[in-house]
Design a protein around this ligand. Structure first.
Ligand code: COA
Length: 336
């Protein structure tokens, strides 16, 4: 078995800043409610005509990650692209990245695990590198939420939370024979809660003509549904479980964590986990205040920002953890 490690990170968010006050002009909400419940102060939204899309933002983040890894597009052996908001229903974003970055005819795999998407994608990349099949894998998490949210009062409990953006990581075979690199990944799912955070149509259950026929005021399966309190309760349990699971698998404990990067679901969820694990403010990185919840993009954006801000040093134990729609959850344990 080979060792795999993260050799490059990059992130990109659209320039268009949308504050809580901006949202309060569209719906019955206010800055105090949003900050109190979620910690979010602002988020980024793609602006019509700014040239961005899920795949385009993914390419922008990936370009920075490749530069950091000192690699050219030709050096990449596989793309793993995580999103719940692809540019097209099919094909997925991976092939768009392959085309836009002018890559060889390498495999492009799309991962559909919503907020856990990046952790699942990292796990896939880790396995391909560790077995020796590929040397350099580009992992991208990117989301364009703003195009598909209900910005009326009806959709306020969901639409104030989510933002647009992309992050990317290069996972490479490591020459170090030491203990640095991705130590392990841990993935889970529990489909019985699939409806609690879901977008039902358009899909094979809700074909487009059927949606058009229905009165959109009564039946709106094409907007996301979220049972907020139910999601919150499960998130705090699963986050802590899967962090402990990852640490235990490596003979480590919570005291060994130098940096926890939780999926930026909600600042209250991150604070709850921090408190439960008794971690200091320096041991947990949050940026949801600026970007909202960017689903599959949230961990790579946060990881890239934390790394560029010098908050992650060689030898640090970095833990990535996610929970989201499915429900799915997972963790990645990295010795930097
Ligand atoms: N602005 C103002 N009021 C709002 C609002 C908004 N954006 N959204 C909902 N409300 C109202 C509700 O209509 C409700 O009003 P009512 O009491 O008159 O019926 C009230 O606020 C409380 O709603 P509730 O849904 O009980 O609030 P909450 O305390 O559970 O907070 C969430 C809602 C969504 C912030 C919270 O449940 C949460 O963060 N859940 C986890 C979500 C998450 O992390 N999702 C991503 C998972 S990956």
């Amino acid at each position: 078995m080979y060792t795999s490690k993260i050799t490059g990170l990059g992130h990109y968010v659209p320039e268009n800043v949308v504050t809580n006050d901006d949202l309060s002009k569209l719906m019955d909400t206010n800055d105090a409610w949003i900050q109190e419940r979620t910690g979010i102060q602002e988020r980024r939204h793609i602006k019509k005509g700014d040239g961005n899309s899920t795949s385009v933002m993914g390419v922008k983040a990936a370009t920075i990650a490749l530069e950091e890894a000192k690699l050219k597009p030709d050096d990449i052996d596989m793309i793993v692209f995580a999103t719940l908001s692809p540019d097209m229903y099919f094909p997925g974003g991976g092939v768009e990245v392959q085309e836009m970055m002018n890559m060889r005819t390498i495999p492009a795999l799309d991962v559909r695990n919503q907020c856990s998407g990046f952790v699942y994608a990292m796990s896939v990349a880790d396995q391909f590198v560790k077995t020796g099949m590929y040397k350099n894998i580009l992992v991208i998490g990117s989301e364009n939420h703003s195009g598909g949210l209900d910005f009326t009062t009806r959709g306020r409990s969901v639409s104030v939370i989510f933002g647009d953006g992309a992050g990317a990581a290069v996972v490479s075979r490591s020459d170090d024979k030491g203990e640095n690199g991705i130590l392990s990944t841990h993935l889970h799912s529990e489909g019985k809660h699939k409806d609690e955070l879901s977008l039902q149509g358009p899909s094979t259950e809700y074909w487009v003509p059927e949606i058009i026929e229905k009165n959109p005021q009564e039946d709106i399966p094409y907007y996301p549904y979220m049972n907020g309190q139910f999601v919150f309760k499960h998130a705090i349990v699963r986050f802590t479980e899967v962090i402990h699971e990852g640490l235990k698998a490596n003979g480590l404990s919570v005291e060994d964590i130098d940096m926890l990067i939780p999926h930026q679901a909600n600042l209250r969820i991150s604070q709850f986990i921090q408190q439960k694990l008794k971690l200091s403010d320096d041991q947990v990185f949050n940026n949801i205040q600026k970007y909202g919840n960017t689903t599959a993009a949230s961990i790579p954006i946060a990881l890239s920002e934390a790394h560029k801000a010098g908050k992650i040093k060689k030898g640090d134990l970095v833990v990535l953890a996610a929970f989201g729609s499915g429900f799915t959850w997972g963790s990645v344990i990295v010795r930097w």
